[in-house]
Design a protein around this ligand. Sequence first.
Ligand SMILES: NC(=O)c1ccc[n+]([C@@H]2O[C@H](COP(=O)([O-])OP(=O)(O)OC[C@H]3O[C@@H](n4cnc5c(N)ncnc54)[C@H](O)[C@@H]3O)[C@@H](O)[C@H]2O)c1
Ligand SMILES: O=C(O)C(=O)C[C@H](O)[C@H](O)CO
Length: 260
Amino acid sequence: MGVLDRFRLTGKRLLVTGGSRGLGRAMALACADAGADIALVGRDPDALDRAAAEVRALGREAFAIAADVGDPAACEAACRRALDEFGPIDVLINNAGGRRVPTPTAEMPLETWRQLIDLNLTSVFVCTKLVGGAMVERGRGGRVINVASVNALVAGRGIGGRHYEAAKAAVVGFTRATAADWAAAGVTVNAILPGGFLTDPNRKWQQTHPAVIAEFERNIPMGRLGEPDEIGPLAVYLASDASRYMTGAALVIDGGYTLW
Ligand SMILES: NC(=O)c1ccc[n+]([C@@H]2O[C@H](COP(=O)([O-])OP(=O)(O)OC[C@H]3O[C@@H](n4cnc5c(N)ncnc54)[C@H](O)[C@@H]3O)[C@@H](O)[C@H]2O)c1
Ligand SMILES: O=C(O)C(=O)C[C@H](O)[C@H](O)CO
């Protein structure tokens, strides 16, 4: 087998949360291009249909599930539906997540804290438990890829929010511990820690808080935010046989942001 063949995802079934837009869509399309069939979970049925059509245009099967994964019961129902109707899943990408305009900790309502923890952390637990758990039970190995953030490592300045950073740091901790549990079963669990990428939330910040984004760009050694398609090849690597000896890793992709 040539080295590039080890990146192929032919015959793999992949589930990505938040797959209709942004980084989730970019990773879904890269993995479909590498040969995987894709189940997409997201909130917006129209955006999901558009992303599913893009997957089909690459010659792959697409299965769309509209659900709010920030609601643990809805998240669980979406995972069960994917397992029942799409079939056994080889690769899970826990990507759905998000932040709000930051509130100082001393003023943060408990409910806001809980909402962000449920969206960014509990959804990762629920999907990993059900979909990753099914991989372990099936006994053919698998891949879990958790999208955290550089804000798991460093505080956001003017962006972020301490509920967001706490949740993303916990995603990295959960990744490492689950990787240890499931290594013997051949189910690898790794985290991607993106820096700033030009997806809808950062585009909105560019419009509403241009000085914050300009300062952010000045602090990136490469001098710019990432384009969503720059994360796709990393997802293919982690989803494929190419990464089979890597587990529990937290891979930063940030144009050098965390170097300074
Ligand atoms: N863009 C960045 O700069 C950046 C940096 C670091 C980490 N991240 C992380 O990457 C992930 C994707 O971010 P993005 O920038 O692509 O965001 P985005 O808003 O462009 O896309 C988010 C996707 O997740 C889905 N989603 C959001 N909340 C959901 C919910 N409650 N239930 C179901 N689906 C939901 C949306 O429908 C959409 O498909 C998030 O976990 C985010 O925290 C992004
Ligand atoms: O996690 C996110 O959504 C980011 O955009 C990460 C950024 O690098 C961060 O907010 C800047 O501190």
